[in-house]
Design a protein around this ligand. Structure first.
Ligand code: PRP
Length: 212
């Protein structure tokens, strides 16, 4: 398996887009498009293996070497800080990490701000930079509900089109950081499979240049 490359893809729309990119640069694996519930796909000829993982688990597979490379959102990388190489910005899955809430939610800076989020580390860092005292409420989804039920004053969450905020009467209050998908690599694999992995990295860079 020394010359195979294992790729961890995030399950969902971003993963499918990322796979299309790998296909375009010559690492296709046609069986992946078959409609079934298999999770691992191999292309003997190209010596490449893909598997679908929960998006937040991708860096774990890559960090521990179960995958040589993977695609992960910058949000996940900033939150979990895995020990991996970030090789390229794939310029897809673009969105923004925002503080959002009901109008005026940030105004009373004297009291502890209750912040609901899936990203406690990112939120803590953001408000620490402002020396603002916060109480983090870690949730796992549907974060937008929290300020509506007065569970929190604000949320720190991903905003893509802004529709979820709008439809729930919330407004963006501060931008935390812009987010996009990143091509990441295991540190040991990058050393021992350097030629193949650099080849992949260069083809990705060439394709992204073409698109600009
Ligand atoms: C994400 C995010 C927002 C929504 C933003 O949720 O947490 O709720 O998408 O997208 P929009 O700006 O285009 O409306 P996701 O669908 O991942 O679900 P969850 O956070 O509730 O798990």
């Amino acid at each position: 398996m020394q010359d195979w490359i294992s790729v961890a893809l995030p399950k969902g729309r971003l993963g499918e887009k990322a796979y299309d990119l790998f296909e375009k640069i010559g690492y296709g694996c046609p069986s992946i498009k078959e409609d079934n519930r298999k999770l691992i796909f191999e292309n003997e000829e190209a010596r490449v293996r893909y598997f679908w993982a929960k998006p937040s688990d991708v860096p774990i597979y890559v960090e521990r070497g179960a995958a040589d490379v993977g695609v992960a959102g910058k949000d996940i990388l900033l939150e979990y800080v895995p020990d991996v190489y970030e090789l390229s910005d794939l310029k897809m899955g673009k969105c923004r990490m925002m503080v959002a809430g009901l109008p005026g939610a940030l105004d009373d800076s004297g009291r502890t701000l209750r912040v609901a989020t899936k990203f406690p580390r990112i939120a803590a860092r953001h408000f620490a930079a402002q020396s603002r005292e916060i109480d983090i409420i870690k949730l796992n989804g549907s974060i937008e509900i929290a300020p509506l039920l007065d569970l929190s004053d604000v949320i720190v969450d991903i905003v893509e089109t802004g529709t979820t905020l709008k439809e729930n009467g919330l407004i963006p209050l501060e931008e935390v950081v812009p987010i996009s998908a990143r091509f990441i690599a295991n540190r040991v694999s990058y050393k021992f499979k350097n030629e193949r992995m650099r080849g992949m990295q260069e083809r990705i860079a060439a394709l992204l240049r073409e698109k600009q």
